[in-house]
Design a protein around this ligand. Structure first.
Ligand code: 5RP
Length: 246
């Protein structure tokens, strides 16, 4: 009874429901983790719920031999807090499974990532994984990438103006991402800047991903094309939460 009332309240307020969906979908992904795996840990709030769930399984003794490769400083801190054993990209031969969030998912399972500014490390880990599972709530589904958010482009600070000019020549509108509680630009975990770049036309995201990465001074960008093997989507219908697999 209390739960029903609680869930109605969340639906009215709207805000908490999204968190409930994220928790729900993260729990489903945590069931995919097996003992002795090398696991890629994504970044962002949905991935954080996943890390907490995997941590509970580790503490319960269900996942001996599990080693985790983080995709950000945030992920490594959360891993430590949740009793997960960390390793690095240079210490592993393969990553069996990576579970990560996304900002947008299109009908071909292509993604926009980097809302948290971690896209370069995320792509290193996600691209290396034998299986990449993306966990999102239903608000992340789009018809076309770039619909809801610009493409984050990580750039060397010394090159941000010249990269910005190049992005303009290929049809982008770049904006230097500013920090929230620090004067000046946001600085990534790797010490770089981010140009959030809007593209009105994005008919071929794979081509655009390569085109952006060919600009000297670019580290990587938030288009993840052809990488996701599975997307788990948390949905709500009449107060009932479920997970759909794409
Ligand atoms: C961080 C990311 C995140 O995975 C993405 O921003 C989704 O975050 P959240 O789960 O908090 O909505 O790409 O760089």
């Amino acid at each position: 009874m209390v739960r029903v009332a609680g869930s109605l309240m969340r639906r009215v307020l709207g805000v908490d429901l999204q968190d409930e969906l994220k928790k729900h979908v993260a729990a489903k992904a945590a069931d995919l983790v097996r003992p002795n795996m090398v696991l890629g840990l994504g970044s962002g709030s949905t991935a954080a719920f996943f890390v907490a769930d995997v941590g509970r399984r580790v503490v319960a003794g269900e996942l001996p031999g599990l080693r985790c490769v983080p995709t950000s400083f945030q992920a490594s801190v959360l891993a430590n807090e949740n009793s997960l054993t960390l390793t690095t990209l240079n210490e592993v031969d393969t990553i069996d499974l990576a579970v990560d969030g996304a900002d947008e998912v299109d009908p071909h399972l292509n993604l926009t990532k980097g809302g948290g500014g971690c896209q370069t490390e995320e792509k290193l880990v996600d691209a290396r994984a034998e299986q990449l599972v993306i966990v999102v709530d239903s608000s992340k589904l789009v018809h076309r990438l770039g619909e809801k958010m610009p493409i984050p482009v990580e750039v060397l600070p010394l090159a941000y103006r010249q990269v910005g000019q190049k992005l303009t020549t290929i049809g982008g509108k770049p904006t230097l991402r500013m920090a929230k509680a620090k004067a000046g630009p946001l600085v990534t975990d790797q010490g770089n800047f981010i140009l959030d770049t809007e593209f009105e036309q994005m008919d071929n995201p794979g081509q655009l991903e390569e085109q952006i990465n060919n600009i000297p001074g670019v580290l990587d960008n938030g288009l993840f094309v052809g990488l996701a093997d599975k997307v788990l989507v948390g949905e709500e219908d009449n107060g009932k939460l479920s997970v759909r697999e794409l």
